[in-house]
Design a protein around this ligand. Structure first.
Ligand code: PHE
Length: 347
């Protein structure tokens, strides 16, 4: 006779305990709603559920033990139900978390960032600097607000010269200036001003370009604008000839247009060059004018203190807009300054 033999009550209680533990493990292991539902049916299912089958064993428990067995049954039933609800909440919380912090879908097409671009004039300027740099010309700068000495006087344009007419220049009213004297500041009308500024401060030989804005009171139309850009070039050395000028212009045009282009020069006049020429290149079956040029006038060399017997040189001034427009088949200069992004995005 062994009094240690487990009673039916003990058996029943043990079954309930392990059922509760199994149920809790299964509920916690469920990774999604579907798995949790499967576990619920397995343990709490009204017909085939494991709780139901354990419950049937209550019949084996002796009559006087039934109250204790029933009490435990209720406790376990509630515990299993609570474990189920807890697992359910856990899954709902995880789902909400996923919505708030969605997994990065690497297969989605990327949202391309909007990248800005350089203005076509800026692009042209960079390219011109690059080409002329390879020919040995270094960029130089000068102010856009100039005095008459650098814009006219030193460039051999005396006070009585028609190029100084107030109708052809943007003179500025300067605070404190006398009304009866000529205005002493203007927006530069040409980048030739930088020739003077460089020569005043440097001894020859000189080989510079200057790219920047110039201003003239022109009415805007497809080929005119009151502000535009020029590329000035200046080379000063011993024994410089017109042939050197023509060579540089031809090398420049060939580099810029990407094919060998013939260049021609026609006689012209500028106060600061002698002789003066107009330069054209042959492009797409016709001659296209691309700027003024010439041999630096001895008067200009004198005005900056160079000896014209020792030093000679050439200068040229090209319109940047014109070069840009020809390259990109732009037909109206105003498009370059309206800054409509639909236009600018094409370059
Ligand atoms: N400054 C002249 C112009 O604006 C161009 C030029 C530059 C001509 C240098 C000769 C030499 O039209």
């Amino acid at each position: 006779m062994s009094s240690e033999t487990a009673t039916p009550l003990d058996d029943f209680l043990n079954q309930l305990e392990s059922l509760a533990a199994d149920a809790e493990t299964a509920f916690n292991a469920a990774g999604d709603d579907e798995q949790l539902e499967q576990a619920r049916v397995e343990f709490l299912g009204a017909r085939q559920g494991r709780l139901k089958s354990v419950q049937k064993n209550m019949g084996k428990v002796a009559g006087e033990d039934k109250p204790a067995a029933g009490k435990k049954l209720n406790e376990v039933k509630n515990a299993i139900q609570a474990a189920f609800e807890q697992a359910q909440e856990k899954l709902a919380g995880a789902a909400a978390e996923r919505v708030r912090d969605p997994q990065f879908d690497v297969s989605l097409p990327g949202a391309a960032p909007r990248i800005g671009r350089l203005h076509p004039i800026t692009q042209t300027i960079e390219e011109l600097k690059d080409i002329m740099g390879r020919l040995g010309f270094t960029p130089a700068d000068g102010p856009e607000v100039e005095d008459p000495w650098h814009n006219f006087e030193a460039l051999n344009i005396p006070e009585i010269h028609p190029a100084r007419d107030p109708l052809d220049n943007f003179y500025l009213s300067v605070a404190g200036a006398q009304h009866d004297t000529a205005p002493d500041r203007l927006l530069r009308s040409q980048t030739s001003t930088v020739q003077i500024r460089v020569m005043e401060n440097t001894q020859p030989p000189i080989r510079i370009i200057s790219l920047g804005r110039v201003y003239r009171p022109d009415t805007a139309d497809p080929t005119h604008y009151p502000m535009f850009h020029q590329m000035e070039g200046l080379l000063i050395d011993r024994d410089v000839s017109l042939a050197d000028l023509k060579t540089v212009l031809r090398l420049f045009a060939t580099n810029y247009l990407g094919e060998s282009v013939p260049v021609r020069i026609r006689p012209s006049f500028f106060p600061f060059t002698e002789p003066s020429v107009e330069a054209d290149y042959h492009w797409n079956g016709k001659w296209v004018e691309f700027g003024g040029a010439g041999m630096v006038d001895p008067n200009v060399l004198n005005s900056v203190g160079y000896d014209p017997e020792v030093w000679s040189g050439f200068a040229f001034g090209l319109g940047v807009e014109r070069l840009c427009m020809i390259r990109h088949q732009i037909t109206d200069i105003r498009d370059l300054f309206t800054n409509d992004v639909r236009f600018l995005r094409q370059f």
